[in-house]
Design a protein around this ligand. Sequence first.
Ligand code: REY
Length: 399
Amino acid sequence: MVSARVSRGAVLGAVVLSLVAVPARAATAQADAPTPAALPAPDTTGLDAVLRSAVAQGAPGALARIDDNGSTYRLSRGVADRGTRQSISTDDRFRIGSVTKSFSAVVLLQLADEHKLDLDAPVNRYLPGLLPDDRITVRHVLSHRSGLYDYSNDMFAQSVSGFEAVRNKVYTYQQLVNLSLQKPRTNAPGAAYSYSNTNFVVAGMLIEKLTGHSVKTEYENRILKPLSLTDTFYVHPDTKIPGRYTRGYLTPDTAGAPLVDATTQTVSWAQSAGAIISSARDLNTFYSALLRGELMSAARLAEMERFTRVNSTTAYGLGLRRRDLSCGVSVYGHTGAVQGYYTYAFASKDGKRSVAAVANTSNNSKVLNTMAGVLETAFCGKPAQAMSGSAMTERDLKE
Ligand code: REY
C-alpha cells in the first residue's frame, strides 16, 4: 500500500490503481526464461532525489512514472515551460528520441512473423542498390552491426547551430543514407557493434517498402491502436507536439549561455530513428506489452532479446537495450536524446514493472548521468549510487 504525499509544492504523488483488469495475454516468450526473483519495492524517495538532482543540474523539469503490476507511481519536479513556469507533469507528452527505434524494430519483427521479411537477408534484397555492400543484412541493421556511419555525428558537432540548421528541414530517407555513405563505414558487416542512426533510417525504408505504407501508418496500425497509446504520435514533418506537453530545452555548448527552446522541430534528421512523441504512461504500456510477448511471436521476441554486449552495463538486441543494474537486475528498453529531451524507458524481463522518465533538457551530461539513477531506484529499491569512474556522457547513449 502506497500513500499519496505532497512535498513542498512539487508533486510527489504515489497513486495506486489496483483494479485495472489485466487483459488475456498472448503466448509469451517467457516460458523458457528463468523466473526473475521478486523485485524490491521501488524507492520513490530515492527517485524523487534523482529528479531533484536533475533540476539542480540544469534541467528545467524532470518526471518519472513507474507502473508496477497495477500500481502506479508518478513523480515530477520543476517546470514544463520556463516562460509560464507551468509545472511539469507526468501526463505531459515529450519527444522520445531513439526510444523510437524499438517501435521501428517491432514493426519489422512483425513483418518477419508474417514471412514478409527475412532478418538474415541482405537489405539490398528489399531495397536494391541502396547499400554499397550486399553482405549487410536486416539483422546487422537492427543490431547496429552494419558498419553504416552515423551521419548525425557531423550534424551536431556544434549543438546549437547544428540544431538550428536542421530544425525545420525535411529530409528524405535517401538523403540521410547518402550523408552516411559519404563517410567510410565503421566496420565490416557483422564484425562490430557501432550505434548509428543510419541503421534505423534504413529500418524505416524497409518498413515503407515492404508494406507500401508510411511508417506513421504502420506504427499506428500495428502498435498505437492495438495498445491504445493515445499519447503517442508520429507527426513528421510537422513541428509541433499535439495536446499537453513539456517544452524541451537544449543546453548550449558554451557554459553559461541561455538554454535554447528546442520544442518545435521536424526531427526529420531522425524520422524512424527518433521522431516519435509519447508520454510516460504510453512508454510503460509499450515496453510492458513488448516484454510480455504481446507484440510478436515468442520466437521473434527471443531474437529481439539476443544481446550483444556493448560495455559493462549495457547490451543491445534488435532495437532494444538491456541495462544491467547494480543490484543484479537487468532491464530492457531504450534511451533517447533529441534536442531538449533525455528519455529513459525500461521494463523488467517479465514486463510487470516499467519506468519511463524524461528530463526536459539535453546536451548536459550531468543530467544524463543523474537520470540513469531512475533505473536504480525504480528496480533496485535503493537510492542511486555514485557510479564510481563510470559517469555517463552522450557517447554512452550512442553506445
Ligand atoms: C542527437 C544529438 C543525438 C543531440 C542522437 N540522438 O543521435 C538519437 C538518440 C536520436 O540516441 C544533441 N547533442 C543534444 C548535441 C551534441 O548536439 N553536440 O544533446 O540535444 O536518441
